[in-house]
Design a protein around this ligand. Sequence first.
Ligand SMILES: [Zn+2]
Length: 489
Amino acid sequence: MLSEEEYQDAIWKFNNTPSTITGKPRQHLRAIFREKIHEHELASRYPPFEPLNYKPFYINCKTTEQTLIHLIETINDSDLFTLDAESICIPKKPNEPALIQLQIIQKNLFSYVIFVEVRHLPNMHERTFILIQELFVALFNSNKNIYIWGSIDELKKFLNFNLFSSSQIYLSNNINLQDEFKIFWKQHHPHKPKVSSTNDNILCICETCLGIQPNNPWSLKNAVAYQLNQWLDKRRSRSPFDIGLDPTLVHLNSKELAYRQTMTTYAANDCLSMHHLIINMKLIEQQEPANELSTEPDYDISMYSDSSDPNDLIVLPNENFKINQSSNLNQQNNPDVEEISSNDDEPEQPYQHININNSSHNEFQYERANISNEQKRKIHNRTCTLKQRKKLYKHEIIRRGIDRRFTITLVKKILRERSINFGALNISTSSLTNRTSLYIGIKNPTLLSKYERETRNLFSTDHYNEIHSQQRRSNSNIHYSHHHHQQHK
Ligand SMILES: [Zn+2]
């Protein structure tokens, strides 16, 4: 935030640009001061953006296989994502891509934010590199809804890193939130001519009155300010995002650590504020399937323990556990509501151009209430899903103690290759025994014993190593050709 003196100085400079400066340089200079003034006004008007809880993950040469497998599983289990990317500016050269931020929004609205540090990736021959590729295979999939502030084309700058191909990025359902927001704002804020009989000083907030041209896209910062009444700090958009944000990447002193932490928060906030917007714009409800039940139900670690037969599932205790978890989540959300309420008493700033009435604050509180109803509905659905699940797993093969590096995607692939007609699939790790089990629902009970024989030797550690040594052999061939990504087709 600027000091009052700096702020007045910026206004003066904006209004008194020397007449000797003309044309493009003049426009450029005025744009810099206009932006500075605007930033200051947003920062003094609104509290800083507060994200919902999230857990950060860094993907680079230090990331373990275990972490990557966990992230792939989480992606497989989610259908809602936000994505952003950062580049670094090099004078007189095109921007260099540096970082991909991916938010995985889980069913309970908790999320992961993954930072793919493309300048610090493992060697292409490493198994972890292949897993990072697999992560993008899982992501760019027709049932994944990915929100981006702009176009997915942004990722084309990252093709040289060989993490995904140009055709892959169009396989998912990519939604340009920047375009969606423009339509949303126009629908919700048509121009309101000031009625002279009313003495309130509420100004119109239609695009034209806000000074946003019909062809101009919205900045994320403005959308967060006008829709969420929060200030998204964008002053670090020109930071060196290629330095390695992961605190474990190299040894760092406390100052260096703090700097990376600030940049990580900045990079995460782009994704997290998009998430906030899609909740606020009620886009999530539309995105979610009406019926949560599918032949491939979501799985979670608490669902089964190794010692019990899944057919003897006791539904209620699990459900109580879920309800407790989700009421905790609501409590975590509540501080946002409090913060907004206290913000209502914020003194009016004399210099502000835009007065937005407080109704949008109330709208936001209303929105919060909706989330908890939505969660209640989900909990109800989950109960139904569990009952259905009992049916889905009625005829099933259970493989205890499988190698936990097998992902659902990989298991499906292997079963399909062997023409095993499966229904529901589930992998779970017992918190007691730490053993991982695979549950394969079989639709046709007459084939159960045949399938049982055919899968007897699958999914062991030996099986996994065998697959990967094959893959390595075929990869080492692929590496010498230019069509690295053909292995995924
Ligand atoms: Zn207007």
